[in-house]
Design a protein around this ligand. Structure first.
Ligand SMILES: [Zn+2]
Ligand SMILES: [Zn+2]
Length: 175
């Protein structure tokens, strides 16, 4: 998989064959971010593109600390403004992170039909939703619980992370 912005200034490989989860976030911040009613993010086990000398210089960032969660930093392309990724904390490439959130729309050839996959998709911040959450999907009224991501990560890691030695939110947090 590869991620790429609209102007192609930012592009990087994703060293995983499948996301741990697809998070559909209905929070009001995501409405501001997207100009739409929710944001869709693909959550991967942590991988570091932020220390890449060909990527980081072309990204700007903004950090938010929602009332209910820890700080999340979003990175966007200096050329076209596309939001690319979110990480926990105040940005940078420091270690200890568990996940890496890539904006689904930035994944080349993203298969939108996965939004029907009840095993993969989680809806969060449904208390701020203005469109209905489809029946049968896991959903959180607020931010997605950390335990949820960890348990998913362990399961997915055994089955799918064959290539990365694998590890992310908008993840699951309110961004
Ligand atoms: Zn959100
Ligand atoms: Zn761009």
């Amino acid at each position: 998989m590869e991620a790429r912005c609209q102007c192609t200034l930012i592009h990087f490989p994703i060293p995983h064959t499948k996301p741990l989860a697809i998070v559909v976030c209905h929070c009001n911040r995501c409405k501001l971010l997207t100009g739409s009613v929710y944001n869709i993010a693909a959550i991967f086990p942590w991988f570091d593109i932020l220390s890449s000398p060909t990527v980081l210089p072309n990204l700007s960032s903004i950090s938010n600390t929602p009332d209910s969660g820890s700080t999340v930093t979003g990175y966007f392309c200096k050329g076209c403004g596309n939001r690319m990724v979110h990480v926990e904390g105040n940005g940078g490439a420091e270690g200890g992170r568990e996940w890496f959130s890539v904006a689904a729309a930035r994944i080349v050839g993203f298969d939108w039909t996965v939004l029907r996959d009840r095993d993969l998709v989680v809806h969060c911040w449904t208390r701020e939703a203005v469109v209905g959450v489809p029946e049968g999907f896991r959903a959180f009224e607020g931010h997605m619980e950390r335990e949820e991501m960890q348990s998913k990560g362990e399961g997915e890691g055994k089955r799918d992370d064959t290539d990365a030695g694998a590890e992310m939110g908008v993840g699951p947090r309110n961004v």
